[in-house]
Design a protein around this ligand. Structure first.
Ligand code: BTN
Length: 246
């Protein structure tokens, strides 16, 4: 894919900019990178702290994959694999916390937020945004227990280097999803996921607690409860380890 990188000094949210471009009919492969976001968006309606100074990578990718709209959510799994793989490529230990947080030593270094637009049974476009904490100052001090930046574990790569590594891997993951389905992506994801075998509490429309047994065929989080029941979790839920963040 010919990635076309648009670099902005400041914007509200690169995800919103990429969605606008999608609506305008811009071709896939557009990547919007901002030095700073004034209205960075996170999962579950949260905001994403995005200060200037090159401390974080804030980027959104516009794609028009050949996928049925109901499988568009699987693109976030592609992005999580791509980002965790890219971070590992630079020598950092990285794991995935379902659905799509990237962790280093149990603390969050990257968040992924995707959206899509579909019409007449067709996926029109998808936007995958990621915010990666590279250097000191990338996350607010009060999140220190749960967040981290790469610099805390070693010399961080330049934004450009990690962006290139991420985009290369993202293309491979997305092409595999389009051509061969989810199973290969799912397997790599499950291998990098830190949750299998852990006891977690999940909150969403209701609270559930159990031990994670794996990732299901449509990206679901599979839990075994104390009563020995299997719970299948999807959607906008938040997962916490019963003894800490994970
Ligand atoms: C999360 O809550 O974990 C997801 C955070 C996603 C943040 C990125 S930063 C670049 C892109 N633009 C946004 O407004 N959000 C995403």
């Amino acid at each position: 894919m010919e990635w076309r990188i648009l670099r902005l000094a400041e914007t509200g949210s690169t995800n919103l900019d990429a969605a606008e471009a999608g609506k305008r009919g811009e071709a896939e492969g557009l990547v919007i990178v901002a030095d700073r976001q004034t209205g960075g968006k996170g999962r579950l309606g949260r905001s994403w702290y995005s200060p200037p100074g090159g401390v974080g990578l804030y980027c959104s990718v516009l794609l028009r994959p050949a996928l049925p709209p109901e499988t568009a959510g699987l693109l976030s799994f592609c992005a999580a694999n791509a980002m965790a793989g890219a971070v590992r490529e630079f020598g950092f230990g990285a794991g995935i916390k379902w659905p799509n947080d990237i962790l280093a030593e149990g603390r969050k270094i990257c968040g992924i937020l995707s959206s899509c637009s579909a019409g007449e049974g067709r996926l029109e476009y998808a936007v995958i945004g990621s915010g990666l904490n590279l250097r000191a100052g990338a996350y607010p001090e009060e999140l220190k227990a749960r967040a981290a930046c790469l610099e805390e574990f070693g010399k961080p790569p330049e934004r450009e280097e990690i962006l290139r590594a991420y985009l290369g891997r993202l293309e491979t993951e997305v092409r595999e999803l389009e051509q061969r389905g989810f199973e290969g992506v799912r397997k790599r994801y499950e291998e990098m996921c830190v949750l299998p075998g852990r006891r977690v509490r999940v909150s969403g429309s209701r609270e559930t607690e159990g031990t994670v047994t794996g990732i299901g065929p449509a990206g679901e989080l599979l839990l075994e409860t104390v009563e020995g029941k299997t719970e299948i979790l999807t959607g906008d839920v938040s997962v916490r380890g019963v003894n800490g963040y994970v």
